[in-house]
Design a protein around this ligand. Structure first.
Ligand code: NAD
Length: 491
């Protein structure tokens, strides 16, 4: 574990767009302000891309794709550059983690020990894929007098538009870029307003690693302007978007008569199903972490805590103990176990949900208050309630758990599936047959059994229903960044 205490020294990356390998201001010099959510102080002014800037970035990505400097680089060479990127991320872990702590309040030591090494692992994993992206070959039946042979090949798509959220900026950027780059695509990336600095730093590392100019272009800016222009750009071959369902549903599947690939990684309201045969001593830290880690600002958070009625008191006591032990404070302080909420708007949104829980009759067991008079801190909060409460139906994106009792396995699964979301679910049990039954019946993209965790690069990640469409990571990530071509050869 990293044990560094503040102050951590770091340099801000140039707060400019990156287009065709050049750092440049937005058209007409437009900017927006980045704030530190722990201190409410200004961090820097970032360039706010206009639709014209987005046009230039897409043109640069298109030119870099068509000139073949990247797409026709021998695949093993592409892999080497991705390995180099992983090494540079590891070298600059402290800086990347500090930028995330400063701009969106994630605990510095959580980034140092979690997100940043995980981002490096993603680049390393897909580096290994670069020269293994192939197809299938098979003999075909004769067609009349002709003998035939068939095979498939996977080719890069072209220009990939990537739009990322603020909650795990470096890691989610890695999820989107590493497979796309391994396959030979070029990219235009639009990071979130509240978390662009670690992304800009990553792009500096890409250049240092030897990625050719124009292969990754970055348009920082306002979502409804730069994001919308990128998502609707007619010269983009794929849009990969991670963010809220409200914005995800506006991403067009076709523009100007042309269809493109779409991957949407959206929100969640995930259940944790805790059966009476669970090993609670080992489960409790995971259950708590699934609610309070990163202040609950995690798509995979398990905020619907479905508990067998016979063990409700023990689970509630465990959650209360974890909540009341939280040390909420400066993200750079190694003794902090929870940092800040990303911005004032989000803090107020969480406060609104806490009020709605009280108003609708849920029992507030602990927490429920903002903390301090500077910065956006909130107590981890536990309600006892039911699945029809607003706090149990809508994604809060804050540390607010709702404990919901059940009596039977069938009821637990029905409650788990009674949601518009379908990202992930956690199941705690020591009964192997139950484990398999419940896994089979849960309508989600991922199930974690007897623990809570993070997506791993080896396995696909994604949701269904309001949690999105398509998959990232694993071989599914490679498939999502390539077009499969089928060839019949007559002879
Ligand atoms: P958001 O939807 O507000 O923003 C996401 C990105 O979209 C940002 O870069 C934003 O600038 C951009 N954007 C905003 N309006 C746009 C528009 N009209 N057109 C195109 N782009 C636009 O989401 P957020 O608040 O940044 O992130 C939180 C959400 O992300 C939560 O719902 C969370 O569950 C989800 N999320 C999902 C995953 C996953 O893997 N499924 C991972 C992390 C976060």
């Amino acid at each position: 574990m990293d044990t560094r205490t503040q102050p951590v020294s770091y340099d801000l990356p140039e707060p400019l767009l990156r287009i065709g390998g050049e750092s440049q201001p937005a058209a007409e010099g437009a900017t927006y302000t980045s704030y530190n959510p722990s201190t409410e102080e200004i961090v820097t002014e970032l360039s706010a891309a206009s639709p014209a800037d987005v046009d230039r970035a897409v043109a640069a990505a298109r030119a870099a794709f068509e000139n073949g400097e990247w797409s026709r680089t021998p695949a093993a060479e592409r892999g080497k550059i991705l390995v180099r990127i992983a090494e540079l991320i590891e070298r600059d872990t402290q800086t990347l983690a500090a930028l995330e702590a400063v701009e969106m309040g994630k605990l510095f030591h959580d980034s140092v020990n979690g997100d940043i090494p995980a981002a490096a692992s993603v680049f390393r994993h897909f580096a290994g894929w670069a020269d293994k992206i192939g197809g299938a070959s098979m003999a075909l039946p004769d067609f009349g007098p002709q003998r035939r042979f068939g095979f498939t090949m996977r080719q890069p798509l072209g220009v990939v538009a990537a739009i990322t959220p603020w909650n795990n900026p470096a890691l989610i950027t890695a999820w989107k870029l590493a497979p796309a780059l391994a396959a030979g695509n070029t990219i235009v990336l639009k990071p979130a307003e509240d978390a662009s600095l670690s992304t800009l730093k990553l792009v500096e590392l890409f250049a240092e690693a030897g990625l050719p100019d124009g292969v990754v272009n970055v348009v920082t800016g306002i979502g409804s302007i730069a994001g919308a222009a990128l998502a609707a750009h007619p010269d983009v071959d794929k849009v990969t978007f991670t963010g809220s369902p409200a914005v995800g549903q506006t991403i067009p599947t076709h523009v100007g008569g042309k269809f493109r690939k779409i991957v949407l990684e959206l929100g969640g309201k995930s259940p944790q199903l805790i059966f009476d045969d669970a090993d609670l001593a080992s489960a409790m830290p995971w259950i708590a972490m699934g609610n309070f880690y990163h202040q609950g600002q995690v798509c995979a958070a398990g905020t619907r805590v479905l508990v067998h009625r016979s063990i409700v008191d023990e689970v509630v006591d465990g959650l209360v103990e974890a909540a009341e032990a939280a040390n909420i404070g400066d993200p750079f302080d190694e003794s902090s176990t929870m940092g800040t909420i990303v911005n004032k708007k989000q803090l107020d949104r969480i406060g609104g949900y806490i009020e709605s829980g009280k108003r609708e009759g849920a029992t507030l067991i602990t927490g429920g208050n903002f903390v301090g008079d500077r910065g956006y801190f909130v107590q981890p909060t536990v309600f006892m309630g039911h699945n029809d409460l607003t706090i149990a139906r809508e994604e809060i994106f804050g540390p607010v758990a709702t404990v919901i009792p059940f009596d039977t396995e069938q009821e637990a699964v029905a409650l788990a599936n009674d949601t518009r979301y379908g990202l992930n679910a956690m199941v705690y049990t020591s009964d192997l047959s139950r484990t398999h039954r419940v896994i089979a019946d849960l309508k989600v993209g991922t199930v974690w059994v007897n623990g809570w965790g993070v997506p791993e690069p080896q396995l696909p990640w994604g949701g269904r229903d309001a949690s999105g469409i398509g998959r990232e990571l694993g071989f599914a990530g490679v498939e999502a960044d390539t077009e499969e071509k089928t060839v019949h050869i007559g002879f």
